[in-house]
Design a protein around this ligand. Structure first.
Ligand code: ADE
Ligand code: ZN
Length: 353
């Protein structure tokens, strides 16, 4: 273990200023708020919150299973836009527990709109307004990525994309492709992502090489113009790809706990993050879906320290990499980097590390 780690307790690690690029709003709900909403809206769930938990989170005794993990994203919790605002605000308020400094929070307007047939533009404005205000309360810098689920028809995705683009919400900075990569490869979405690249209003990040081989990461970059890759654990098997990721500074948004539960990588202690980092591939630490996983971002930091021997300097390096990969202007990055390093200095002095 590197120098300084002995002083990093769970409490200090919680306070360490973090930059997170990969977290789904639909996977980071506040449990008590969701429970109250489910009962209020007449959904059939236990009154006891600990029992409720066992229905909505990935079972602790389950074997890793990608499709079972994805099946936990229910979309019928909400009955009004006020419900959408309430669950969003409560969930973003909880981010304070993870010491977040900057986050690119992704969400799927389709997820929140589908069950009730809500207007997608209204849903998007509602989520952004609720999350903006909860982020402001805690001094958190927040931006948004719009998630498209691979199950949707590409022509429907294009309509939704054009609607989002025309909203002109400046804090929406990117587009994400998520869902079942085993059945829906990048080839199915070339028209959408070519349009996004041609418009130039947003950058793209693609879930790829999570469950599928490294070829899907190449395809996400070559066919879908990905600027970042969600997970990308399969990159560990492909030195040419590692070289490309390093040279083009294509950040891998890695998620240790999620990768274990989905079966993406079955032994956390040998997760590729440590090796890829030592090879110079830009990796970052992210939580993905902490509510579904019954965990938090701090836990993934603790795992990275335990398994890969990262020290405070490494953590700062990874967070600065994340900032470099953020979908914001160079001017914003410079400004945020200055503020981030001031937070790190304050953290070091508070905790003596
Ligand atoms: N949506 C939410 N979490 C996901 C994951 N780990 N992979 C693909 N799609 C997702
Ligand atoms: Zn994800």
């Amino acid at each position: 273990m590197n120098q300084g780690n002995g002083l990093l307790t769970r409490e200090s690690l919680r306070a360490f200023p973090k930059i997170e690029l990969h977290r789904h709003l639909e996977g980071t709900f506040s449990l008590p708020t969701l429970h109250r909403m489910a009962l209020r809206n007449g959904l059939s769930f236990p009154e006891n919150i600990e029992e409720f938990r066992t229905h909505v989170q990935f079972p602790k005794d389950s074997d890793p299973d990608f499709l079972k993990f994805l099946s936990l994203f229910k979309n019928d919790w909400y009955r009004s836009l006020d419900d959408v605002a309430e669950i969003t605000a409560a969930s973003v308020r909880d981010f304070a527990n993870d010491g977040l400094f900057y986050i690119e929070l992704r969400f799927s307007p389709e997820h929140f709109a589908y069950h009730n047939g809500f207007d997608r533009a209204e849903v998007t404005r509602t989520v952004v307004a609720a999350a903006d205000s909860a982020a402001r309360e805690q001094g958190l810098e927040i931006r948004y990525l719009i998630t498209f689920n691979r199950k949707q028809e590409e022509s429907e995705m294009i309509k939704l994309y054009e609607l989002i683009r025309d909203l002109g919400l400046s804090r929406i900075v990117g587009i994400d492709l998520a869902g079942d990569e085993t059945s829906y490869p990048p080839q199915l979405f070339v028209r959408l992502f070519s349009l996004i690249a041609a418009d130039g209003a947003f950058r793209s990040t693609i879930h790829a090489g999570e469950i599928t081989p490294a070829k899907q990461i190449w395809d996400a970059i070559d066919l879908l113009h990905a600027s970042r890759i969600g997970h990308g654990v399969a990159a560990i098997h492909d030195p040419d790809l590692q070289k490309l990721l390093s040279e083009r500074e294509i950040v891998l948004e890695q998620c240790i706990t999620s990768n274990f539960q989905t079966g993406s990588w079955t032994d956390e202690s040998s997760h590729p993050m440590g090796k890829l980092h030592s090879l110079g591939v830009p990796v970052t630490i992210n939580s993905d879906d902490p509510f579904i996983q019954d965990t938090d971002l701090t836990e993934d930091y603790a795992k990275a320290i335990r398994h890969f021997g990262f020290n405070v300097d490494d953590l700062v390096t990874l967070n600065l990499r994340a900032l470099l990969g953020a979908f914001i202007s160079n001017g914003e990055k410079q400004n945020l980097q200055k503020r981030y390093l001031a937070k790190v200095a304050e953290f070091r002095s508070n905790y003596g590390v």
